[in-house]
Design a protein around this ligand. Sequence first.
Ligand code: APR
Ligand code: ZN
Ligand code: ZN
Length: 361
Amino acid sequence: MAQEVRGVIAPGKDEPVRIETVLVPDPGPGEAVVRVQACGVCHTDLHYKQGGINDDFPFLLGHEAAGEVEAVGDGVTDVEPGDFVILNWRAVCGTCRACLRGRPWYCFDTHNAKQKMTLTDGTELSPALGIGAFAEKTLVAAGQCTKVDPAVAPQVAGLLGCGVMAGIGAAINTGNVGRGDTVAVIGCGGVGDAAIAGSHLAGAARIIAVDIDDRKLETARTMGATHTVNSRETDPVEAIRELTGGFGADVVIEAVGRPETYKQAFYARDLAGTVVLVGVPTPEMKLELPLLDVFGRGGALKSSWYGDCLPSRDFPMLIDLHLQGRLDLGAFVTETIQLDEVEKAFERMHHGDVLRSVVVL
Ligand code: APR
Ligand code: ZN
Ligand code: ZN
């Protein structure tokens, strides 16, 4: 029988979010119901609310979450009731051309729960990124649940479900940052800071943080940045070159998602270096570069989807490193809030006041 829970709904374009009763069906084949314990507030939730993702209102927001599996449907073997899990929004299919080639992190056919959660009047909800975790419970595909060590605090674990994983993965998976590398990160919000923490973890020798906001640069230092550049005052390309023996960084991670910062990343890397675009551009943005520079500078220009992560491989490993004190995921949690404070958290996020507000349930 469907259960009634409280959830944060975005009813229509730019309307304030509100708490509504949500009906969560029992899990069908391949599905799981998860009792949500924590869910971070991400820019993507705000984009949904603003109508920037699509028009499938009403949305059940929230997608950076951790919780306990309450029930599973037929055929689910990877997780069972009682498991502590982090939710991911790319449950891999195992059968598409990417999965068959052994590159499941590129899976082209990821999936979500088949059944719909609804309002009490039967209106179907669109869960943000197929998760919808600003709710006491949510229904997901079982493959969206990754079991991790339950010793970790839920408000910390949930962060790996989205932005923090995207940033760490941009550095260690996509950028392949390794011991002794020089790295520059442009844009030091949650994603950029995670790229800094990931580079630090991977043994980068020099990590240059670039932002237009001094407060962000201060935090970046605590995440592992060895140098900071305020690109409002200083040309970041010149500064990065200066800090890398005149050459440029081995890996430059663009965590803003704009043509001008991408160009900075392109020119701030060493010959044969790597640019990783993890910031998400908007549809109207265009990039113009001399093709000869693209050729002549060699190396790799990559984009990073969700940090090219494989949840089953990366989530448990990063949680273990956190529990061992080698990766301070707790530093990303600025504040914990209640379910009815999401609207306020959007405002604080918009003003750049927080790295992450996390709803705890
Ligand atoms: N140059 C340098 N830094 C900039 C610039 C710029 N021109 N414009 C903005 N920034 C900085 C902001 O000051 C902020 O610190 O980029 C950072 C962006 O951080 P957040 O807004 O907190 O965003 P975040 O959650 O980190 O996501 C960054 O990655 O996943 C994508 O959609 C996400 O495109 C977004 C990007
Ligand atoms: Zn696949
Ligand atoms: Zn997100």
